[in-house]
Design a protein around this ligand. Structure first.
Ligand SMILES: [Zn+2]
Length: 454
């Protein structure tokens, strides 16, 4: 039976690639709500296309008013859930390929969503198709649940949980292989503070679109001329960091270039907002900007906010300031904390507030950490499938990234980035190797067979 399933999967390759291209070509970034499309018309269109794809394969398909949709194989009372998402983050700068072109080069398919999360979600759907066409008798039904708001507020899963029976067990193909059984807690905060009356005059700055993205570039317009530009250059030399200053009619236009990435994985990255804060303080900024330069700055471990901590199963706390904007004389910013399983989030909030005098802090979302034991049936079966198909060693890991896995009582994140592959979620030039996606499809089919076949 396993051979039959893998032969079927091989035969899907062209159809899979063609379908994925169609999926990638829809720029399903969250936008203004429209009737029947709570996350905007493009996510609505993507939801319709996903249902069409699954419907053509012969699955029982159901839509949930534009919030989410699902496709089910089998009619057993017990259901295993596979949770993916159809929304994508904004494209950002630095693309060399059209971000929604789905171009293929050297066996790689390029585009926003190829890796996070349309490629892996579609691979899971094709794995279900293989089980269906192989005629595998089931003891558990398999339900692929596709949400439209994973990158923002998870309103999709709230709606789904309120209108459908959420499975208890399953996985989310929205992270890395081998498998993630521990997810850190999450704390998102908004900061507001007034523009300082004295010190450096900042005329314009608007960096970042999402709390969970480490800004790769920050631009600010500062009041001043040649002298100020000279100070920027001197600071660039002193720190060895990439700052550029250009004198214009309106003031000095400063660009800080960091290293962009996902907020949960700050290692090897550098926040351009952190760089800009440090520079502005050096140039004499007062008030909240000076406070943030000291309390956040270039740190990603929350140390100067009094929040640094770690534990054995989950590792270190991470923090990112993803947005900092000046809007009508008032500053707006965000902080995104990923907290170890054992961390006390209430204490973290108090510490944070204590280290940000003069800054109004509001918690906009909070997610508890999540952990599934490594010796559970779920984890053991998924890792066995991974080892059998990839020939690689399986192990359970922890992450600061949040996936839908924690929506399920017994849920883990499973793929689809392989060890040694570039982590391109939320970055420019996101791509996926087609071979890797095909291997992921085999792993998913193998795993579904282990967990759901009679
Ligand atoms: Zn994702």
């Amino acid at each position: 039976m396993e051979k039959k399933i893998n032969d079927l999967i091989e035969s899907y390759r062209d159809e899979f690639v063609r379908t994925l291209q169609e999926w990638i070509r829809i720029p399903s970034i969250k936008a203004e709500a429209e009737p029947g499309a709570p996350f905007g018309s493009e996510i609505g269109r993507m939801m319709d296309l996903a249902m069409e794809t699954a419907g053509k394969m012969g699955f029982a398909v159901k839509g949930y008013d534009g919030y989410a949709c699902d496709a089910t194989l089998g009619d057993c009372p017990e259901v295993l859930g596979v949770l993916g998402h159809l929304d994508v983050v904004p494209v950002g700068d630095g693309w060399i390929k059209p971000p929604f072109g789905a171009e293929i080069e050297d066996g790689k398919i390029y585009g926003r969503g190829t890796n996070d999360d349309k490629g892996p979600t579609l691979a899971a759907l094709f794995a279900m198709k293989a089980l269906k066409e192989a005629g595998v008798p089931l003891k558990r039904s398999i339900r692929l649940i596709m949400g439209g708001d994973e990158e923002c507020d998870w309103e999709d899963m709230k709606y789904y949980a309120a209108h459908a029976q959420m499975p208890e067990i399953g996985f989310s193909p929205d992270a890395s292989f081998p498998l993630i059984n521990t997810e850190k807690g999450m704390l998102h905060m908004e900061l507001r503070f007034p523009q300082a009356e004295d010190g450096l005059k900042i005329l314009k700055m608007a960096t970042g679109e999402r709390p969970n993205v480490i800004a790769g570039e920050s631009i600010a317009l500062l009041e001043g001329g040649e002298e100020l530009a000279g100070k920027v250059k001197a600071y660039a030399e002193k720190t060895g960091l990439d700052y550029k200053a250009k004198v214009t009619e309106e003031g000095v236009l400063v660009t800080a270039t960091g290293i962009s990435g996902h907020s949960a994985y700050p290692e090897g990255k550098r926040s351009a907002i952190g760089m800009m804060l440090k520079l502005m303080k050096e140039l004499g900024a007062q008030g909240g900007i000076a406070v943030l330069a000291e309390a956040v700055g270039l740190e990603s471990d929350g140390k100067s906010l009094g929040c640094a901590c770690e534990d054995k199963v989950s590792g270190k706390l991470t923090n990112n300031m993803g947005i900092l904007r000046l809007e009508n004389g008032e500053w707006y910013g965000t902080l995104d904390f990923r907290c170890p399983v054992e961390a006390d989030q209430e204490l973290l909030k108090r510490e944070c507030a204590g280290h940000l005098p003069g800054i109004q802090m509001t918690v906009i979302s909070q997610k508890e950490p999540h952990h599934v034991p490594a010796d559970s049936e779920l984890v053991r079966s998924l890792l066995a499938a991974y080892e059998e198909e990839s020939g690689l060693k399986g192990e359970a890991m922890a992450t600061g990234g949040g996936t839908y896995a924690k929506v399920l009582k017994q849920g883990v994140a499973f793929g689809a980035v392989f060890p040694g592959e570039e982590e391109l979620a939320h970055l420019a030039n996101e791509y996926e190797s087609i071979d890797s996606l095909m291997l992921a499809m085999k792993i998913y089919a193998n795993a579904l067979y282990r967990l759901c076949a009679e």
